[in-house]
Design a protein around this ligand. Structure first.
Ligand code: ZN
Length: 526
């Protein structure tokens, strides 16, 4: 199959062309419209002057959590900033009025709601008293439900806390609808829809359309689990049934230790790859749980550790033996420093990709960055400017001016020479479309927050560099022959945009839609 795309503004990642030829799954020629006329093709596609790019890579995300939120109401800014607005938004759910159907929402974070508290059964009963209502928290671990849902799950005053979770109560002992952590959330999910392998695969299949709408062709699942089903097998089965995106998995170290695994699971479909293991060194800046060197503003707290130095050492042995990567969640400068101190002088065990990925890498002073540049280990940073864009108020509350300026320092990261990529961490971001690449690009280029705040314009980067952080640079994060560029011989992973980012004001970029997408040369229809 030969396809020729003509009359476009094709940006390969380095250069512009007006025409391109795709043979089967690969880019086979680049040139101009005149040259294209001399070539034979089975199909000619008129790009109508549109900007055409390599498809994006979202190299840090949580696709199965996203799959959970598809079809449910976004309880995030900008449309929900209070419990009152949450109730109003849920009332507009298409499920309202459908007998027995669950009214579902996702994405709330009590610290960001105007009322400053977690919603309860009393709030959600205002949405419906006849249908079950369920809202998943932004971390996808906890949830709130209404009285109908509690009743369906058989939860009463007497129900004991389940393993790995807590049932919230009012002062009088009645359950208040708040289900804390996975163990408790599971009690609700069990009556909502059984998490059979088949149901999970079916949900996973919905990701093709989700990512098609965002122009994303490659994704990384950053907390892959083995139970109740191996994520590698969920994605593999989804791929066999047509999931279009390529997937890289980072398995939770806690899971590896719990199951006493000595080798990394091997997914059974070639589109799905086990890339490495994942650790957590701290929490988040917005909750004051990221580990920082100096106490938070107006506080004595310096955050807390999750995985330990012992875990870092265990991970090192495991990753070396398995020829895989270590990806480590670290937001605070104390955690980032600890990673550097533990691994900095060791020799890299991988040469075709970074041995150690630091995820988020929020707080990075110039001094700390210089130490990374000088390290023997091949580190990389996978960062998310979307956090600062969507949650600036929380950062401002917790960090004083000097440290605020050190958050997500994109220009400095690029200058440091340490491999860096952008990504979303969706759906953990309090934003209506947390994995909208265009929102990240806008934030990276303008350094202006969602509410007009200055996100330290000195760390702004240009569009070309920002695009590369979602393509070329992202492809360097994992083991692949793909370069995420549109060069001859490369996989034909292509998106056609509704507007030209190079000539459109960045404030309008989030209006961009994906007109066409090709992955491995095949058109992905909407
Ligand atoms: Zn994450």
């Amino acid at each position: 199959m030969k396809r020729i795309l003509v009359n476009g503004k094709i940006f390969t990642g380095d250069k512009f062309f007006s025409a391109m030829e795709i043979t089967d799954d690969k880019v086979s020629w680049l040139g101009d419209n005149q040259g294209a006329r001399l070539r034979n093709a089975d199909e000619v596609v008129d790009l109508k002057g549109r900007l055409t790019l390599p498809s994006f890579w979202d190299i840090h995300t949580h696709p199965l959590w996203i799959a959970e939120t598809i079809g449910s109401v976004a309880c995030t800014p900008p449309n929900v900033a209070s419990i009152k607005e949450m109730i109003a938004a849920l009332k507009k759910s298409p499920q309202v009025g459908k007998k027995d159907a669950w009214i579902e929402g996702w994405g709330y974070d009590e610290s960001k709601l105007a009322e400053g508290r977690t919603p309860t059964i009393d709030d959600l009963d205002q949405v419906s008293k006849t249908q079950p209502v369920y809202v998943l928290r932004s971390d996808c671990h906890s949830c709130v439900v209404n009285s109908v849902a509690l009743k369906l799950a058989g939860i009463t005053k007497e129900t004991p806390d389940p393993f790995g979770g807590m049932i919230g109560h009012f002062k009088n002992g009645d359950p208040n609808g708040v289900m804390i952590e996975n163990g408790a959330t599971k009690l609700i999910k069990a009556v909502k829809e059984k998490d059979t392998f088949e149901n999970v695969v079916k949900k996973t299949m919905k990701l093709t359309t989700h990512y098609r709408a965002r122009g994303i062709g490659v994704i990384s699942d950053m907390i892959s689990l083995m139970a109740p089903y191996d994520y590698g097998e969920i994605y593999s089965e989804a791929a066999r049934r047509g999931l279009a995106q390529e997937v890289y998995l980072y398995y939770s170290i806690d899971e590896i230790k719990r199951l006493q695994l000595t080798t990394l699971p091997q997914p059974s479909h070639p589109q799905v790859h086990a890339a490495g293991i994942k650790l957590f060194m701290d929490g988040t800046i917005s909750n004051q749980t990221a580990r920082v060197k100096k106490p938070y503003k107006n506080s004595e707290g310096t955050g807390f550790a999750i995985n330990t130095v012992e875990d870092l050492k265990f991970a090192y042995e495991f990753a070396k033996k398995n020829d895989c990567q270590i990806a480590i969640h670290a937001m605070g400068d104390a955690s980032i420093q600890l990673i550097l101190d533990t691994y900095g002088d060791l020799a890299p065990w991988l040469t075709d990709r970074p041995s150690i990925r630091i995820e988020h890498a929020t707080l990075l002073s110039d001094k700390l960055l210089k130490e990374f540049t000088a390290a023997k280990m091949n580190f990389a940073f996978v960062t998310q400017i979307i956090f600062l864009y969507a949650e600036y108020a929380a950062y401002q509350k917790n960090l004083e001016e000097k440290r605020l300026k050190e958050c997500y320092p994109l220009a400095s990261l690029l200058k440091s020479g340490v491999t860096t990529a952008l990504s979303s961490d969706a759906p953990a971001t309090a934003w209506i479309k947390p994995d909208d690449v265009f929102a990240s690009l806008t934030a990276a280029v303008t350094r202006i927050g969602a509410n007009g705040e200055d996100l330290n314009h000195k760390e702004a980067i240009d569009l070309l560099a920002a695009l590369q952080l979602y393509t070329k640079a992202a492809a360097k994060m994992v083991k692949t022959d793909k370069t995420a560029t549109l060069s001859v011989g490369q996989s034909a992973d292509i998106i056609v945009l509704s507007q030209d980012l190079f000539t459109t004001n960045p404030v309008k970029w989030q209006e961009t839609t994906i007109e066409k997408m090709y992955l491995r040369g095949a058109e992905i229809k909407n």
